[in-house]
Design a protein around this ligand. Structure first.
Ligand code: MRU
Length: 369
């Protein structure tokens, strides 16, 4: 089964609703920057690269929406005459409105989630394209932005394939590989980063098996990674987060591969809460700890992991799951959604340009040359 996390259908962005997987498989449709921002915030779409792709479509959708609904004409925006109207027949006010509404679209998308740098990477790339076509009529601007969003989606899959090929070489035939959270097709435009490495290893004929930890509190491991691996017939065993040390101590884990939301210029890695714990345990047991990381996830503007903003999500996610709450009423609750693994615990970054062993600032600078 090919998992299309995001797809363009009938001039709308459709995204798999990851909040309800695996109990139900449904697409939700989006037609504006604000609606896409809400889809990102509420975790309909999640995973760093997928968020970046969604944000790019959010910008394109906003441009399409603004260019097809003349605001001051008083005409029915669906009438054929309205649709023929474009920039040349409007005054300067209308152009300024388009530009300021676009800025509002960028802002609402940038505020949707703070940690995954791919969101800001995607917005920056879309802004660059927008700047390059400003002055053309609004419909042409919108079409150009949409073409860029399509390209970002296609590129993401190509990058995941390249990372997968490099990463697969690191895994021995028969390897039992642990992963945390979901860095799969669902977290990207397709194939996945960490799970892309597993898919590529299997494609290369290696018989690997996956250990997915549950990933409290949002259960990306139990719900999403386990589901993806089952769909692919890749052997997968589910454990709770607190079983990782036991499994490693029993000699049942040969390697760890995870994804990331942001890598600082010194190689520190932010990923789903609990990743740091897995990395410390891997170090204790001499198990290689690999991070699958497209270049779009490396933030060279920050010195270390201490500069990465860590999202704090609703306490309801820790209280229980969905409508069922098991925590004692009145207890104080924390819900940081990510943590930072220091570079010294990272065996290697797997990128689309190759494997960076023991990442540090010099090696990351080299990677961008
Ligand atoms: O809160 P989420 O589900 O968006 O967090 C996702 C992760 O932490 C992933 O491991 C990361 O984005 C890498 S996805 C290729």
């Amino acid at each position: 089964m090919k998992i299309e996390t995001l797809r363009w259908t009938n001039n709308k962005l459709e995204m798999i609703d990851q909040r309800i997987l695996p109990a139900a498989f449904e697409y939700l449709a989006y037609d504006s920057a604000a609606s896409v921002a809400e889809g990102i915030r509420s975790m309909v779409v999640r995973g760093a690269p997928a968020i970046g792709v969604a944000a790019a479509y959010g910008v394109a959708l906003e441009a399409l929406r603004l260019s097809s609904a003349p605001r001051h004409s008083g005409l029915d925006p669906e009438s054929s005459y309205s649709k023929k109207l474009d920039f040349r027949f409007r005054g300067n006010d209308e152009v300024e409105d388009f530009n300021s509404d676009m800025e509002a679209g960028f802002t609402v998308l940038a505020q949707s989630r703070p940690t995954a740098v791919n969101l800001f990477w995607g917005l920056k790339r879309m802004r660059g394209v927008w700047e390059s076509v400003k002055g053309q009529n609004n419909s042409a601007v919108a079409e150009r932005l949409l073409a860029e969003a399509h390209e970002i989606l296609a590129e993401d899959i190509r990058i995941n394939r390249a990372m997968g090929a490099f990463g697969a070489e690191l895994l021995a035939d028969g390897a039992r590989v642990l992963t945390h959270c979901n860095a799969g097709a669902l977290a990207t435009a397709g194939w996945g980063t960490a799970l892309g490495v597993f898919r590529s290893a299997v494609e290369a004929g290696k018989k690997i098996s996956v250990i997915a930890d549950e990933t409290r509190p949002f259960l990306q491991g139990a719900r999403l990674t386990a589901w993806e691996m089952v769909q692919e017939n890749i052997p997968v065993t589910l454990i709770t987060d607190n079983m990782v040390g036991f499994m490693m101590a029993c000699g049942e884990v040969d390697a760890v591969v995870v994804g990331t939301d942001r890598v600082a210029s010194n190689g520190d890695v932010a990923n789903k809460i609990g990743t740091y714990m897995v990395a410390v345990l891997a170090h204790r047991h001499n198990i290689p700890f690999y991070v699958a990381c497209p270049l779009s996830t490396i933030d060279m503007s920050i010195a270390s992991g201490a500069d990465i903003p860590i999202e704090e999500r609703s306490v309801d996610e820790v209280k229980g799951f969905r409508d069922y709450h098991w925590a004692a009423e009145g207890v104080s609750i924390r819900n940081p959604a990510f943590d930072v693994t220091p570079a010294e615990l990272v065996t290697a970054l797997i990128t689309e340009k190759g494997v960076v062993q023991q990442p540090d600032r010099e090696k990351l600078i080299e990677l961008f040359k």
